[in-house]
Ligand binder design. Sequence first.
Ligand SMILES: N[C@@H](CCC(=O)N[C@@H](CS)C(=O)NCC(=O)O)C(=O)O
Length: 207
Amino acid sequence: MQLYEFAPTRSIRVRWMLQELGVDFESITVNLGAGEHRRPEFLKINPAGRVPVLVDDDLVLTESVAIVLYLAEKYPHKGLLPSDIKQRSQVYRWLLFTATELEQPLWRITRHTALYPEHLRLTAEVSLSRQDFKDMVAVMEDHMQGCQFTVGDTVTVADFVCAYTLDWANELQLLDGCPQLLQYMERMYARPNAPLRIAAAIASINT
Ligand SMILES: N[C@@H](CCC(=O)N[C@@H](CS)C(=O)NCC(=O)O)C(=O)O
């Protein structure tokens, strides 16, 4: 398998999954800073010009959440996707909650503070998104009271996606009122096969 990735991005979700599974893979860096995601050869692989992309034989898969679900299903014996349909539905719930309610405000903040050209950035969009995020993350903070993992008593694919997204929020100083989630995220990153946190990944590309 080949993973097209760039260290401090949503690629971390897929790298985390592969490392937890103990699967060998080839890492291909797509340097977003150098605009490599807009090169014709990469656009042939992902016309959206985004990382991560996983290539597994004839399968070319984009979308980090789709990729981690594919990997969980490819290696069912690792137990990262519950076989019980009700437990599995909760995994889907938290994956989707994370990708929509949590990640989208974070993405809007990141775009309006760092990615869009300065003259297109909107201050109001940043404050609205911060509030949207705080409203939704409070739901997850309540959910995690007394829980080690997002679903059930063992780690699932949802945890890698959630923990990465919470680290992103932490980078934007948005986890201050969420002690449960902060502890959960730090616990997840203390796992032996966890990837670099975002700050360390940024440092790794600057050295
Ligand atoms: N929904 C996609 C989003 C992928 C995405 O936006 N990746 C960013 C890095 S985190 C990217 O490649 N950005 C390049 C760009 O926006 O031009 C996923 O989860 O895989």
